[in-house]
Design a protein around this ligand. Sequence first.
Ligand code: NAD
Ligand code: ZN
Ligand code: ZN
Length: 361
Amino acid sequence: MTHQVRAVVARGKGAPVSLETIIVPDPGPGEALVKIEACGVCHTDLHYREGGINDDFPFLLGHEAAGVVESVGEGVTDVAPGDFVILNWRAVCGQCRACLRGESWYCFNTHNAKQKMTLLDGTELSPALGIGAFAEKTLVAAGQCTKVDPTASAAAAGLLGCGVMAGIGAAINTGKVGRGDSVAVIGCGGVGVAAIAGANLAGAAKVIAVDIDDRKLETAEKLGATHTVNSKENDAVEAIRELTGGHGADVVIEAVGRPETYKQAFYARDLAGTVVLVGVPTPEMKLELPLLDVFGRGGSLKSSWYGDCLPSRDFPMLIDLYLQGRLDLDAFVTETIALDEVEKAFERMHHGDVLRSVVVL
Ligand SMILES: NC(=O)c1ccc[n+]([C@@H]2O[C@H](COP(=O)([O-])OP(=O)(O)OC[C@H]3O[C@@H](n4cnc5c(N)ncnc54)[C@H](O)[C@@H]3O)[C@@H](O)[C@H]2O)c1
Ligand SMILES: [Zn+2]
Ligand SMILES: [Zn+2]
């Protein structure tokens, strides 16, 4: 059997997205069909539409989603119809070299659905990050479904599926922020603000938010920044050093993805401190640094892919913290929108008006 559902498709480079009817097959072995309840609009969806990821148009966009499992294929035991799940793009394989050395958050061979979803004329769709959840239903590998407490709001829970997890994980998993640490976060969009929330959860004593937009700094304060720096008006490195006894922060998280902000992160860090790059650069960007400074300042320079998360370990734990009132996921939801408003949401994102627009179905 197949299902005809409405979905948001990007047909060509830079062209506005369109609402289309697509065909979703019933789940085969190891797959699950999920009825989507909410899906956040992430910068990466816009990157796909602009052809910045690859040229495999048409794309089925959307990947920060939560919903309910409708049916599962042969051999699926971890989730069952009726389960409330957050979708993830890290269904680990258990067999690659990263998984075998016990570091499965780096898994190099993650699972997606084997069967293809298509347009009505049979054209195969490429689902964003192997998910494609701006749709009434989507087909994924069962391992992409992480069961969490169903009393959580779908709009808030879905955000853990990408950007918010990336930010929280950049602080907790990659940066290993600990109690009493000083942390600076450069770029306070959805990812950066999540890193601020993560630093707080980990017990950081000082959390410095840096952005060029005062609206973002206000939200950062709401989510636990103890200090804010507008880096359009002030020198970010000097300001961070001043706020940390002249030394720099123990952990600096770069959540913009640009060489100039990476350099700020590099020099705003205390000796032997940690820089975490979670912002995603574009292919033409280059970084030049005195090699002596790389040596002389010591410490570690890390990148964070999806917050080095393990969905099965991290999603249920973070949802529990959310339900206990210790992690304000609702604060990330600036507005809820309908499926046909994704294009408008891209515009608002482009103007920096929102932390997250979330499609609610
Ligand atoms: N590593 C991962 O797994 C992962 C996952 C999701 C997103 N990301 C990436 O994280 C980055 C941030 O994503 P987002 O959703 O928060 O985007 P966003 O557009 O919402 O936020 C970017 C923020 O950076 C600020 N900014 C821009 N230029 C700046 C500058 N020169 N100095 C200081 N601040 C500046 C903007 O004002 C904005 O607040 C993107 O590059 C995105 O692709 C990475
Ligand atoms: Zn693996
Ligand atoms: Zn995303």
